[in-house]
Design a protein around this ligand. Sequence first.
Ligand SMILES: NC(=O)c1ccc[n+]([C@@H]2O[C@H](COP(=O)([O-])OP(=O)(O)OC[C@H]3O[C@@H](n4cnc5c(N)ncnc54)[C@H](OP(=O)(O)O)[C@@H]3O)[C@@H](O)[C@H]2O)c1
Length: 301
Amino acid sequence: MGVKELCALVTGGNKGIGLETCRKLAATGITVILTARNEINGTEAVEKLKLSGLSDVVFHQLDISDQASISAVAKFVETNFGKLDILVNNAAAPGIVIAKPDELRSFKDGAAFGEVADKYADLLEGILVQDYKLAEDCLRTNYYGVKALIAELLPLLQLSSSARIVNVTSNYGELHFIPNEEVKEELGNVEHLTEEKIDGIVKWFLKDFKDNKLKANGWPITVSAYKISKAAIAAYTRFLAKTYPHMIINCVHPGYVQTDITSKTGPLTPEEGARAPTMVALLPDDGPSGLYFYEMQPSAF
Ligand SMILES: NC(=O)c1ccc[n+]([C@@H]2O[C@H](COP(=O)([O-])OP(=O)(O)OC[C@H]3O[C@@H](n4cnc5c(N)ncnc54)[C@H](OP(=O)(O)O)[C@@H]3O)[C@@H](O)[C@H]2O)c1
Protein backbone atom coordinates (compact mmCIF):
# COMPACT_ATOMS: atom_id res chain seq x y z
CA MET A 1 0.00 0.00 0.00
CA GLY A 2 1.50 3.39 -0.96
CA VAL A 3 1.15 5.83 1.91
CA LYS A 4 0.60 8.96 -0.22
CA GLU A 5 -2.64 10.64 0.81
CA LEU A 6 -3.64 7.86 3.14
CA CYS A 7 -5.57 8.84 6.21
CA ALA A 8 -5.75 6.93 9.52
CA LEU A 9 -7.91 7.43 12.60
CA VAL A 10 -6.71 6.12 15.97
CA THR A 11 -8.90 6.01 19.09
CA GLY A 12 -7.45 6.65 22.55
CA GLY A 13 -4.52 8.42 20.90
CA ASN A 14 -3.65 10.66 23.83
CA LYS A 15 -1.35 8.18 25.60
CA GLY A 16 0.03 4.66 25.81
CA ILE A 17 -0.09 2.35 22.80
CA GLY A 18 -2.52 4.66 20.96
CA LEU A 19 -0.16 7.64 21.06
CA GLU A 20 2.79 5.53 19.93
CA THR A 21 0.72 4.02 17.10
CA CYS A 22 -0.13 7.55 15.94
CA ARG A 23 3.57 8.41 16.03
CA LYS A 24 4.54 5.37 13.97
CA LEU A 25 1.80 5.84 11.38
CA ALA A 26 2.57 9.55 11.03
CA ALA A 27 6.28 8.76 10.61
CA THR A 28 5.43 6.79 7.44
CA GLY A 29 3.81 9.88 5.87
CA ILE A 30 0.20 8.89 6.57
CA THR A 31 -2.10 11.67 7.79
CA VAL A 32 -3.22 10.72 11.29
CA ILE A 33 -6.40 11.80 13.03
CA LEU A 34 -5.44 11.40 16.67
CA THR A 35 -8.63 11.14 18.71
CA ALA A 36 -9.15 11.24 22.46
CA ARG A 37 -12.17 11.68 24.68
CA ASN A 38 -10.47 14.46 26.65
CA GLU A 39 -9.86 17.51 24.47
CA ILE A 40 -6.92 18.89 26.49
CA ASN A 41 -5.07 15.55 26.67
CA GLY A 42 -5.62 14.94 22.95
CA THR A 43 -4.45 18.40 21.91
CA GLU A 44 -1.35 18.07 24.09
CA ALA A 45 -0.55 14.71 22.48
CA VAL A 46 -0.80 16.22 18.99
CA GLU A 47 1.49 19.07 20.07
CA LYS A 48 4.02 16.50 21.32
CA LEU A 49 4.03 14.74 17.95
CA LYS A 50 4.31 18.03 16.07
CA LEU A 51 7.27 19.09 18.23
CA SER A 52 9.03 15.88 17.23
CA GLY A 53 8.67 16.88 13.57
CA LEU A 54 5.48 15.03 12.61
CA SER A 55 3.28 17.67 11.03
CA ASP A 56 0.48 15.58 9.47
CA VAL A 57 -1.39 14.89 12.70
CA VAL A 58 -4.73 16.46 13.52
CA PHE A 59 -6.86 16.17 16.62
CA HIS A 60 -10.55 15.43 16.95
CA GLN A 61 -12.45 14.69 20.15
CA LEU A 62 -13.92 11.17 20.32
CA ASP A 63 -15.55 9.33 23.17
CA ILE A 64 -16.40 5.92 21.71
CA SER A 65 -19.12 5.35 24.29
CA ASP A 66 -21.01 8.45 23.09
CA GLN A 67 -23.00 8.20 19.81
CA ALA A 68 -23.06 11.98 19.30
CA SER A 69 -19.27 12.09 19.57
CA ILE A 70 -18.96 9.19 17.09
CA SER A 71 -21.26 10.94 14.59
CA ALA A 72 -19.28 14.19 14.96
CA VAL A 73 -15.93 12.53 14.20
CA ALA A 74 -17.39 10.77 11.15
CA LYS A 75 -18.67 14.11 9.86
CA PHE A 76 -15.20 15.61 10.44
CA VAL A 77 -13.52 12.83 8.44
CA GLU A 78 -16.05 13.11 5.63
CA THR A 79 -15.72 16.90 5.37
CA ASN A 80 -11.93 17.06 5.59
CA PHE A 81 -10.76 13.85 3.94
CA GLY A 82 -13.72 12.43 2.01
CA LYS A 83 -12.74 8.84 2.94
CA LEU A 84 -10.89 6.85 5.58
CA ASP A 85 -8.13 4.31 4.84
CA ILE A 86 -7.15 2.98 8.27
CA LEU A 87 -9.16 2.72 11.48
CA VAL A 88 -7.28 1.63 14.62
CA ASN A 89 -9.70 0.81 17.43
CA ASN A 90 -7.27 1.15 20.31
CA ALA A 91 -9.29 2.79 23.13
CA ALA A 92 -10.47 0.49 25.90
CA ALA A 93 -11.78 0.45 29.46
CA PRO A 94 -10.34 -2.09 31.92
CA GLY A 95 -13.55 -3.14 33.73
CA ILE A 96 -11.54 -3.34 36.96
CA VAL A 97 -9.83 -1.10 39.45
CA ILE A 98 -6.30 -2.06 40.43
CA ALA A 99 -6.75 -1.44 44.15
CA LYS A 100 -3.23 -2.50 45.14
CA PRO A 101 -0.81 -1.85 42.27
CA ASP A 102 2.27 -2.66 44.35
CA GLU A 103 0.86 -6.06 45.31
CA LEU A 104 -0.06 -6.69 41.67
CA ARG A 105 3.49 -5.81 40.64
CA SER A 106 4.94 -8.32 43.09
CA PHE A 107 2.22 -10.94 42.41
CA LYS A 108 3.63 -14.32 41.45
CA ASP A 109 7.25 -13.20 41.61
CA GLY A 110 6.70 -10.14 39.49
CA ALA A 111 4.64 -11.83 36.77
CA ALA A 112 1.78 -9.42 37.57
CA PHE A 113 -0.90 -9.43 34.84
CA GLY A 114 0.93 -12.18 33.05
CA GLU A 115 -0.45 -14.54 35.71
CA VAL A 116 -3.97 -13.19 36.17
CA ALA A 117 -5.79 -16.46 35.66
CA ASP A 118 -8.88 -17.80 37.42
CA LYS A 119 -6.76 -20.36 39.28
CA TYR A 120 -5.33 -17.40 41.25
CA ALA A 121 -8.71 -15.74 41.91
CA ASP A 122 -8.38 -16.14 45.69
CA LEU A 123 -4.87 -14.65 45.73
CA LEU A 124 -6.06 -11.70 43.64
CA GLU A 125 -8.95 -10.89 45.97
CA GLY A 126 -8.64 -7.21 46.94
CA ILE A 127 -5.79 -6.56 44.50
CA LEU A 128 -8.06 -6.34 41.45
CA VAL A 129 -11.61 -5.17 42.13
CA GLN A 130 -14.56 -5.45 39.75
CA ASP A 131 -18.25 -4.61 40.03
CA TYR A 132 -21.26 -4.44 37.72
CA LYS A 133 -20.88 -0.73 36.94
CA LEU A 134 -17.26 -1.24 35.81
CA ALA A 135 -18.29 -4.31 33.79
CA GLU A 136 -21.06 -2.42 32.03
CA ASP A 137 -18.70 0.47 31.23
CA CYS A 138 -16.15 -2.02 29.88
CA LEU A 139 -18.63 -3.68 27.49
CA ARG A 140 -20.13 -0.31 26.50
CA THR A 141 -16.66 0.89 25.48
CA ASN A 142 -14.72 -2.15 24.28
CA TYR A 143 -17.57 -3.91 22.46
CA TYR A 144 -20.55 -1.66 21.76
CA GLY A 145 -18.40 1.48 21.34
CA VAL A 146 -16.02 -0.16 18.88
CA LYS A 147 -18.96 -1.59 16.91
CA ALA A 148 -20.75 1.77 16.81
CA LEU A 149 -17.64 3.56 15.55
CA ILE A 150 -17.05 0.94 12.86
CA ALA A 151 -20.68 1.19 11.74
CA GLU A 152 -20.45 4.97 11.41
CA LEU A 153 -17.11 4.92 9.58
CA LEU A 154 -17.79 1.96 7.26
CA PRO A 155 -19.21 4.12 4.44
CA LEU A 156 -16.00 6.22 4.50
CA LEU A 157 -13.78 3.11 4.68
CA GLN A 158 -15.64 1.71 1.68
CA LEU A 159 -14.52 4.75 -0.33
CA SER A 160 -10.87 3.78 0.25
CA SER A 161 -9.08 1.53 -2.22
CA SER A 162 -7.09 -0.07 0.64
CA ALA A 163 -9.26 -0.06 3.75
CA ARG A 164 -7.94 -1.54 6.97
CA ILE A 165 -9.57 -2.00 10.35
CA VAL A 166 -7.35 -2.92 13.29
CA ASN A 167 -9.06 -3.92 16.51
CA VAL A 168 -6.61 -3.86 19.41
CA THR A 169 -7.75 -6.82 21.47
CA SER A 170 -5.79 -8.74 24.09
CA ASN A 171 -4.51 -12.22 24.83
CA TYR A 172 -7.11 -12.03 27.64
CA GLY A 173 -9.72 -12.28 24.89
CA GLU A 174 -8.45 -15.72 23.85
CA LEU A 175 -11.20 -18.32 24.09
CA HIS A 176 -9.31 -20.61 26.50
CA PHE A 177 -10.02 -18.02 29.24
CA ILE A 178 -13.76 -18.85 28.99
CA PRO A 179 -14.72 -22.08 30.82
CA ASN A 180 -18.29 -22.08 29.37
CA GLU A 181 -18.08 -24.54 26.43
CA GLU A 182 -21.22 -23.24 24.70
CA VAL A 183 -19.89 -19.66 24.66
CA LYS A 184 -16.48 -20.84 23.51
CA GLU A 185 -18.04 -22.87 20.68
CA GLU A 186 -20.32 -20.01 19.52
CA LEU A 187 -17.59 -17.33 19.56
CA GLY A 188 -15.09 -19.68 17.93
CA ASN A 189 -17.31 -20.96 15.12
CA VAL A 190 -16.53 -18.48 12.37
CA GLU A 191 -18.85 -20.17 9.83
CA HIS A 192 -21.92 -19.56 11.97
CA LEU A 193 -20.96 -16.30 13.69
CA THR A 194 -23.50 -13.49 13.49
CA GLU A 195 -23.63 -10.10 15.14
CA GLU A 196 -26.83 -11.17 16.94
CA LYS A 197 -25.09 -14.22 18.43
CA ILE A 198 -22.20 -12.12 19.77
CA ASP A 199 -24.62 -9.49 21.13
CA GLY A 200 -26.60 -12.27 22.82
CA ILE A 201 -23.49 -13.62 24.56
CA VAL A 202 -22.53 -10.15 25.80
CA LYS A 203 -26.06 -9.59 27.18
CA TRP A 204 -26.05 -13.02 28.82
CA PHE A 205 -22.68 -12.25 30.45
CA LEU A 206 -23.87 -8.89 31.83
CA LYS A 207 -27.06 -10.45 33.20
CA ASP A 208 -25.07 -13.21 34.91
CA PHE A 209 -22.66 -10.59 36.31
CA LYS A 210 -25.61 -8.67 37.77
CA ASP A 211 -27.16 -11.86 39.16
CA ASN A 212 -23.86 -12.99 40.69
CA LYS A 213 -23.72 -16.10 38.47
CA LEU A 214 -20.28 -15.72 36.88
CA LYS A 215 -18.77 -18.82 38.42
CA ALA A 216 -21.97 -20.87 38.21
CA ASN A 217 -22.32 -20.27 34.47
CA GLY A 218 -18.68 -20.69 33.49
CA TRP A 219 -17.57 -17.11 32.85
CA PRO A 220 -14.05 -15.93 33.71
CA ILE A 221 -14.02 -14.80 37.34
CA THR A 222 -10.93 -12.57 37.19
CA VAL A 223 -10.89 -9.47 34.94
CA SER A 224 -14.20 -10.91 33.71
CA ALA A 225 -15.70 -8.07 31.66
CA TYR A 226 -12.42 -7.19 29.95
CA LYS A 227 -11.88 -10.83 28.91
CA ILE A 228 -15.43 -11.11 27.53
CA SER A 229 -15.24 -7.71 25.80
CA LYS A 230 -12.03 -8.65 24.01
CA ALA A 231 -13.29 -12.16 23.09
CA ALA A 232 -16.48 -10.56 21.71
CA ILE A 233 -14.64 -7.96 19.63
CA ALA A 234 -12.24 -10.61 18.33
CA ALA A 235 -15.25 -12.67 17.18
CA TYR A 236 -16.79 -9.53 15.68
CA THR A 237 -13.51 -8.94 13.79
CA ARG A 238 -13.89 -12.34 12.11
CA PHE A 239 -17.54 -11.70 11.33
CA LEU A 240 -16.70 -8.32 9.75
CA ALA A 241 -13.82 -9.74 7.73
CA LYS A 242 -16.19 -12.36 6.33
CA THR A 243 -18.84 -9.72 5.55
CA TYR A 244 -16.43 -7.25 3.88
CA PRO A 245 -13.95 -9.42 1.97
CA HIS A 246 -12.51 -6.45 0.04
CA MET A 247 -11.20 -4.89 3.29
CA ILE A 248 -8.35 -6.05 5.52
CA ILE A 249 -9.78 -6.45 9.01
CA ASN A 250 -7.77 -8.02 11.83
CA CYS A 251 -7.30 -7.92 15.58
CA VAL A 252 -4.06 -7.82 17.51
CA HIS A 253 -2.67 -8.37 21.00
CA PRO A 254 0.03 -5.69 21.41
CA GLY A 255 1.97 -7.55 24.11
CA TYR A 256 2.15 -6.88 27.83
CA VAL A 257 2.95 -3.17 28.00
CA GLN A 258 3.80 -0.56 30.66
CA THR A 259 0.75 1.70 30.34
CA ASP A 260 -1.92 3.01 32.69
CA ILE A 261 -4.25 0.08 31.99
CA THR A 262 -1.68 -2.32 33.52
CA SER A 263 -0.53 0.11 36.26
CA LYS A 264 2.68 0.32 34.27
CA THR A 265 3.57 -3.33 34.86
CA GLY A 266 4.76 -5.46 31.93
CA PRO A 267 8.03 -5.85 30.05
CA LEU A 268 7.30 -3.74 26.94
CA THR A 269 7.47 0.03 26.49
CA PRO A 270 4.49 1.75 24.78
CA GLU A 271 6.69 2.20 21.70
CA GLU A 272 7.29 -1.57 21.59
CA GLY A 273 3.58 -2.14 22.23
CA ALA A 274 2.70 -0.05 19.17
CA ARG A 275 4.76 -2.17 16.79
CA ALA A 276 2.21 -4.94 16.21
CA PRO A 277 -0.88 -2.69 15.80
CA THR A 278 1.12 -0.55 13.33
CA MET A 279 2.32 -3.60 11.40
CA VAL A 280 -1.28 -4.88 11.15
CA ALA A 281 -2.48 -1.41 10.04
CA LEU A 282 0.10 -1.41 7.25
CA LEU A 283 -0.44 -4.94 5.90
CA PRO A 284 -0.10 -5.03 2.11
CA ASP A 285 -3.13 -5.09 -0.19
CA ASP A 286 -2.85 -8.87 -0.55
CA GLY A 287 -2.38 -9.29 3.21
CA PRO A 288 -4.53 -11.57 5.37
CA SER A 289 -7.91 -10.62 6.84
CA GLY A 290 -9.96 -12.06 9.71
CA LEU A 291 -6.88 -13.01 11.75
CA TYR A 292 -5.77 -12.55 15.34
CA PHE A 293 -2.14 -11.51 15.73
CA TYR A 294 -0.34 -12.23 18.99
CA GLU A 295 2.15 -9.39 18.72
CA MET A 296 3.66 -9.87 15.24
CA GLN A 297 2.47 -13.44 14.56
CA PRO A 298 -0.94 -14.84 13.51
CA SER A 299 -2.26 -16.96 16.37
CA ALA A 300 -5.28 -19.05 17.44
CA PHE A 301 -8.37 -17.19 18.67
N1 LIG B 1 -1.03 -2.50 28.08
C1 LIG B 1 -1.16 -3.80 27.86
O1 LIG B 1 -0.41 -4.64 28.40
C2 LIG B 1 -2.23 -4.29 26.92
C3 LIG B 1 -2.33 -5.68 26.72
C4 LIG B 1 -3.31 -6.15 25.86
C5 LIG B 1 -4.15 -5.26 25.21
N2 LIG B 1 -4.02 -3.91 25.44
C6 LIG B 1 -4.95 -3.02 24.73
O2 LIG B 1 -4.22 -1.96 24.16
C7 LIG B 1 -5.09 -0.83 23.98
C8 LIG B 1 -4.43 0.43 24.50
O3 LIG B 1 -4.28 0.33 25.90
P1 LIG B 1 -3.03 0.95 26.66
O4 LIG B 1 -2.27 -0.19 27.21
O5 LIG B 1 -2.33 1.94 25.82
O6 LIG B 1 -3.76 1.65 27.91
P2 LIG B 1 -3.92 3.18 28.35
O7 LIG B 1 -2.62 3.90 28.27
O8 LIG B 1 -4.63 3.11 29.66
O9 LIG B 1 -4.87 3.79 27.22
C9 LIG B 1 -6.24 3.53 27.13
C10 LIG B 1 -6.80 4.59 26.20
O10 LIG B 1 -8.21 4.33 25.97
C11 LIG B 1 -8.87 5.57 26.16
N3 LIG B 1 -10.31 5.39 26.42
C12 LIG B 1 -10.90 4.70 27.41
N4 LIG B 1 -12.25 4.79 27.30
C13 LIG B 1 -12.49 5.58 26.21
C14 LIG B 1 -13.65 6.05 25.57
N5 LIG B 1 -14.88 5.77 26.04
N6 LIG B 1 -13.53 6.81 24.45
C15 LIG B 1 -12.31 7.11 23.96
N7 LIG B 1 -11.16 6.72 24.54
C16 LIG B 1 -11.25 5.96 25.65
C17 LIG B 1 -8.13 6.25 27.28
O11 LIG B 1 -8.49 7.61 27.38
P3 LIG B 1 -8.28 8.47 28.75
O12 LIG B 1 -6.83 8.83 28.81
O13 LIG B 1 -9.19 9.62 28.57
O14 LIG B 1 -8.69 7.56 29.88
C18 LIG B 1 -6.70 6.01 26.78
O15 LIG B 1 -6.38 6.91 25.76
C19 LIG B 1 -6.39 -1.20 24.69
O16 LIG B 1 -7.33 -1.68 23.74
C20 LIG B 1 -5.98 -2.33 25.61
O17 LIG B 1 -7.05 -3.18 25.93
C21 LIG B 1 -3.09 -3.41 26.27
